[in-house]
Design a protein around this ligand. Sequence first.
Ligand SMILES: Nc1ncnc2c1ncn2[C@@H]1O[C@H](COP(=O)(O)OP(=O)(O)OP(=O)(O)O)[C@@H](O)[C@H]1O
Length: 320
Amino acid sequence: MTDLAIAANGLRKSYGDKTVLDGVDLAVPEGTVFSLLGPNGAGKTTAVKILSTLISPDPAGGEIRVGGHDLAADPQAVRAAIGVTGQFSAVDGLITGEENMLLMADLHHLPRREGRRVAAELLERFDLTDAAQKPASTYSGGMKRRLDIAMTLVGDPRIIFLDEPTTGLDPRARHNMWQIIRQLVTGGVTVFLTTQYLEEADELADRIAVLHDGTIAAEGSADELKRLIPGGHVRLRFTDPAAYHNAAATLHDVTRHDETLALQLPSDGSQRQLRAILDRLDTAGIEADELTVHTPDLDDVFFALTGPADLPHQSKETAR
Ligand SMILES: Nc1ncnc2c1ncn2[C@@H]1O[C@H](COP(=O)(O)OP(=O)(O)OP(=O)(O)O)[C@@H](O)[C@H]1O
């Protein structure tokens, strides 16, 4: 158990008769990124709030340990070991970035000189030195998030909870944030990340748990989760109806889409399989106008596990 930064057995939380978490087990090794993935309202923030001692779990659940400390018996020790950056920023817009940092240093009872040193170092590390004397309300969304994380790091936490850290950020700011998270982990910090972005979990997380209906519907690395579901296929499109019909008769195991003159074949996307398909077409003298390979991604896993999306799912296909 000692190498687990976070360990929870049967985490439960209900509000009235609404069960939000219905027995969630978590095991997050030190120095790794764990991502809790789930649609709106799945209970991600609730899990973060419990693990960071902001709210209590239902008493029926099992033991929860964070940073090696029992959450129920020693919440103070847990608080000392963690940092939390929520969806709603802790940044005070009326004061400057530097003043926000110094406020955190005071909260952590750092001596004045030490507080100034830590604040300056973190502002530099998060590329906020130039903006340090400006009111935080003038910062962009990405700058505010960076300041928020910098403030979290003042207490030098070994475990950081990041609740949807990139929601609302533009792609550049999101990639910057990913870089920051990777650097934190390189420095030995454990990151518990909640996100609605599958790409984010895919990029960052060592392990991903998909939260659905109050329980973990699946857990594993991104690759393990992708292997859980079938869905790899090759799609061939034709403009010539005769070529389309010939191909449908020549190839095995095809699904026909007569309206669009498209054929779909199950495939793992390997070179060997693609060559076999193309060889059969060549031998029959048939030329497809377009060939695309679809490999399952985390979106497919997510929809397979949590039910259909609200919007029609746009399949991601790689043209070859
Ligand atoms: N204090 C509360 N009282 C009653 N219901 C609550 C309370 N806090 C959260 N809930 C409900 O619990 C459910 C889970 O909420 P939570 O904020 O944990 O979801 P989430 O996965 O973080 O969603 P989002 O991605 O939208 O932030 C929601 O249905 C929410 O309405």
